[in-house]
Ligand binder design. Structure first.
Ligand code: NAD
Length: 339
């Protein structure tokens, strides 16, 4: 911990998410400061560091994590770079908030989980931010209370305005549906045991080679069924909805009815256009909770196990998408550190 008792954070990767987290730690979060920024694009890192008192720019994550000013790391580089940065953080016993995905596949996630177990204690929180969204937190509290009885099904929608060039069918699972994979596991406290993917005739607005939309079905260890509409070029907005159907009631989040206007013979409201605004509060709460826990010397939130399980379900999902067949997931036994 630095002199003032604030947590010195190294933000690794300063693209869209990383730069937003730098702004957040600098302007919104209490008890932390950005001590270092790291990017393989040296100019990008320097431009950010120059705007923050006492912040040093690096191009090498290991060098930043070796600085005496750095007490913890927030990893926001692309998924394939996460494993190397995580292993370096473990060598220095640094707590880490790692943007999703933990790593891009189950094998690399397993290597990270083994290294964390060798360190002997949890160091990683994974940035599955929906767990910090006010609406999702209310839904979770309701389901945990069992006021409506057992949860039978979840109906989820995940819509994006459009995708960048090069976005693939596999990315619909690995980058988008991965959030529903985590929310399903978190809300139901069950593992996903099988995945099926149905692909209707693509929308005329879908880029060539992208089968958009798709319907993804999960079966869970407790016998629940979850459907996810994933439609990443819907054109009209960013919408994330989840309806839980329970034995004696249902509950839905994500309607986006914060402001309803009436004018010119119509009523309506605005639809978020991206995750940065829809989940702004969730990102703020996620980073604040991570900073608070780290300053107390504890680790909370989605674990390396959650990151591994999500990666394993994604792999089954990508296979199901390619074959059209119901695909059973395969997880190792949950290690003691994560029980
Ligand atoms: P981006 O491409 O905008 O930025 C990535 C940055 O990392 C770039 O500046 C790049 O130069 C830098 N970089 C690449 N390799 C690096 C390395 N080895 N070390 C340090 N820096 C490196 O990507 P993004 O959209 O900001 O995504 C970053 C991470 O955040 C990804 O893991 C992504 O999945 C995740 N993400 C999470 C959410 C969410 O809702 N939780 C949303 C978007 C992205």
């Amino acid at each position: 911990m630095t002199k003032q008792g604030t947590l010195g954070v190294a933000v690794i990767g300063t693209g869209r998410m990383g730069a937003d987290h730098v702004r957040r730690i600098n302007e919104v979060t209490s008890g932390a400061r950005v001590a270092a920024v790291v990017d393989i694009d040296a100019e990008r890192a320097k431009q950010l560091a120059d705007r923050i008192d006492g912040c040093t720019a690096y191009t090498d994550p290991a060098a930043a994590m070796g600085s005496p000013d750095v007490d913890a790391a927030l990893i926001a580089s692309p998924g394939p770079a996460h494993e190397a940065a995580l292993l370096k953080a473990f060598e220095r016993d640094l707590p880490v908030l790692c943007e999703k995905p933990l790593t891009p596949d189950a094998d690399s996630a397993l290597r990270v989980m083994e290294a964390e177990q060798k360190a002997g204690h949890r160091l990683v929180s994974v940035g599955f931010m929906r767990r910090y969204d006010a609406e999702y937190l209310k839904l979770k509290a309701l389901l945990d209370s069992e006021r409506f009885g057992r949860t039978l099904m979840l109906h989820c929608k995940h819509r994006n305005v459009s995708t960048p060039p090069g976005f693939t069918n596999q990315m619909m699972i690995n980058d988008s549906v991965v959030h529903e994979i985590d929310t399903t596991r978190w809300l139901l406290e069950q593992e996903i045991t099988a995945v099926t993917v149905l692909r209707p005739t693509p929308s005329s607005g879908a880029p060539e080679a992208l089968s958009d939309p798709q319907l993804v079905l999960f079966e869970t260890s407790g016998g629940s069924v979850v459907d996810v509409e994933i439609f990443v070029n819907c054109g009209f907005g960013y919408q994330v909805q989840c309806e839980a159907v329970c034995e004696s009631g249902s509950a839905r989040v994500g309607d986006g009815h914060a402001l309803v206007s009436n004018t010119a013979g119509r009523w309506g409201g605005d639809i978020d256009q991206d995750f940065v605004t829809r989940f702004e509060d969730a990102y703020d709460r996620e980073v604040q909770r991570w900073v608070d826990a780290t300053r107390r010397g504890t680790v909370e939130g989605p674990s390396t196990w959650d990151g591994y399980a999500a990666a394993a379900v994604c792999e089954a999902g990508v296979r199901a998408q390619a074959t059209g067949a119901r695909t059973v997931t395969s997880l190792i036994e949950r290690p003691a550190l994560y029980r």
